[in-house]
Design a binder for this molecule. Structure first.
Ligand code: SF4
Ligand code: SF4
Ligand code: FES
Length: 322
């Protein structure tokens, strides 16, 4: 199989700017992207740098960007990649910010690892240091983790996250999925401490912008976004949620649905932001003019309001703290 790879090359030690090198390869039909990188390194240009170890989607080290999508090189069949992206395959590091490049496809992942460490990615429990048997949990308790324990810390989700582009402090999808992996584990004794950390504005679950890029790129099916929504619920269920613009926004949804059976966009902003709503007045006027939000006395109600109110009543489990 003929394959043309355009590979990002940059050695900050002796080059001013990156360039792309083109390599024409002849590979087996079942070759994966890592085979192509190995072919270049072993037979064409030994100076190419990239990370790899297991070749089986276990170690998470070979993550790169292929035509703009974060992938594991060892789990990406080239035949399928050509079908998806066309003849020209462009391989880049997960982040091509100049200050992050160590060499070629190898980046400095310190920011990623710092956030992973911040959420204490290990079981916190009183356990016998010399147990006679394993510390087992029931199958249904394992199911509650919903594959969060499959994460191999490859960073594909982290470097695709839209929220992180704007907010460098945000913990990001991997660290939040990791938090859920332990907050959902029956054996862990630090659930409240973990939830309090990710409840913080600026770094935590309320700063996810719900773009779902983390679901799309995760090679292990971890689905960090859904874990983030579970953390939202756990924060309310454990009585940790404090009154702030994010939790008031979540409550505003419930308030509006309870009252109308449908979402009242205008009141939702007022409910979440209180007097600060004044800064949104220009947008509010333009939305009123276009009929996107309604005055309270014009707000329609759902035909099934009573049924919806009963559902809200039985599913609501929390009060916000001051
Ligand atoms: S859904 Fe949230 S955590 Fe996932 S990539 Fe988007 S902003 Fe980041
Ligand atoms: S959640 Fe998925 S994409 Fe993110 S680091 Fe873990 S395995 Fe990689
Ligand atoms: S080399 Fe280990 S995940 Fe690809």
């Amino acid at each position: 199989m003929k394959v043309v790879l355009k590979v990002f090359r940059f050695n900050p030690e002796n080059e001013d700017k990156p360039k792309y090198e083109k390599y024409e390869l002849d590979l087996r039909e079942d070759a994966v992207l890592l085979d192509a990188l190995n072919e270049i390194k072993w037979k064409i240009d030994g100076t190419l740098s990239y990370r790899r170890s297991c070749r089986h989607g276990i170690c998470g080290s070979c993550a790169v960007k292929l035509n703009g999508k974060n992938v594991l090189a060892c789990k990406t069949p080239l035949k399928k990649a050509i079908e998806d992206f066309g003849e020209e395959l462009v391989v880049e590091p997960l982040s091509n910010k100049k200050e992050k490049i160590i060499k070629d496809l190898v980046i400095d992942k310190k920011d990623f690892w710092d956030k992973n460490h911040k959420v204490k990615p290990f079981l916190i429990a009183e356990i016998d240091e010399h147990p006679k048997t394993e510390n087992l949990i029931k199958p249904e308790e394992v199911e509650a983790l919903e594959e969060a324990d499959y994460c191999i810390a490859c960073g594909c989700c982290y470097y695709a996250c839209e929220s992180l582009r704007e907010n460098k402090e945000f913990l990001g999808p991997q660290a939040l999925a990791k938090t859920y992996r332990f907050s959902a584990d029956k054996r862990d004794n630090a659930k409240k401490e973990r939830l309090s950390l990710v409840d913080s504005l600026g770094i935590g679950v309320w700063d996810c912008v719900k773009c779902q890029a983390c679901i799309e790129v995760c090679p292990k099916g971890v689905d960090p976004f859904t874990k983030i929504t579970h953390l939202h619920n756990q924060i309310f269920e454990e009585g940790i949620a404090k009154k702030n613009v994010a939790t008031k926004h979540a409550e505003g949804f419930v308030h509006s649905i309870k009252k109308h059976g449908i979402l009242d966009e205008g009141m939702l902003v007022l409910y979440s932001e209180g007097v600060n709503v004044i800064r949104h007045l220009p947008e509010a006027f333009s939305m009123f003019a276009k009929g996107k939000i309604k005055f309270p006395w014009n707000m329609p109600k759902s035909d099934q309001l009573e049924e919806i109110q009963k559902l809200v009543e039985i599913s609501q489990t929390h009060e916000l703290k001051d």
